[in-house]
Design a protein around this ligand. Structure first.
Ligand code: MN3
Length: 198
């Protein structure tokens, strides 16, 4: 079974005005298909061909850079489309809110720390809320790395993630990553994030 490009689940314009339609269209149509194709090519005919993406990422330190970059890119974007939704955002509820309050003090403090991790990631990468055992942690990763990778500084289950490559925001926000991140809170799908908690 080769990996395939997932559906986004909503229209390119669905996250307006927070994330603009043109950015979503380019982001979805130009980048992720290349990750899928390159990942499939990199594992074709080898021992990793029929493994799950999670299993591949958990062993990525031993694998060629093409698998790390494209496997990460495929996982991260598949995750990203689903962790956003139209008419979303606001404050999480239930176990998600309880866990955030427990580890970060308040939802406001959590947003501050997550935003700071995303802004201070130099160059291209991602910021993450990660479950490590019973704990929640905030981290960021370079390029297309993610917390499922065995070489990740903070390793665990990604609960929330945001793409801070310039292609994710430059058309609308130019160099203002902080404004993109402020807008991101309006499209976070907390229902899906909460379901990732174990
Ligand atoms: Mn991207």
């Amino acid at each position: 079974m080769a990996f395939e490009l997932p559906q986004m689940g909503y229209d390119y314009a669905a996250l307006e005005p927070h994330i603009d339609a043109r950015t979503m269209e380019i982001h979805y149509t130009k980048h992720p298909q290349a990750y899928v194709n390159n990942l499939n090519n990199a594992i074709a005919g080898g021992e990793w061909q029929n493994k799950s993406l999670e299993e591949i990422l958990a062993n990525v330190s031993k694998l060629p850079a093409a698998i790390r970059n494209n496997g990460g890119g495929h996982f991260n974007h598949t995750f990203f489309w689903k962790i956003m939704a139209p008419n979303a955002g606001g404050t999480p509820t239930g176990d998600m809110l309880d866990a955030i309050n427990r580890y970060f003090g308040s939802f406001e403090k959590f947003k501050e720390l997550f935003t700071s991790a995303a802004i201070s990631r130099f160059g291209s990468g991602w910021a993450w809320l990660v479950q490590v055992g019973n704990e929640l942690k905030i981290t960021s990763t370079p390029n297309q790395d993610n917390p499922l990778m065995d070489l990740s500084e903070v390793r665990g289950t990604p609960i929330l993630g945001v793409d801070v490559w310039e292609h994710a925001y430059y058309l609308k926000y130019q160099n203002r990553r902080n404004e993109y991140l402020a807008a991101f809170w309006n499209v976070v799908n907390w229902n899906i994030a909460g379901k990732k908690l174990k």
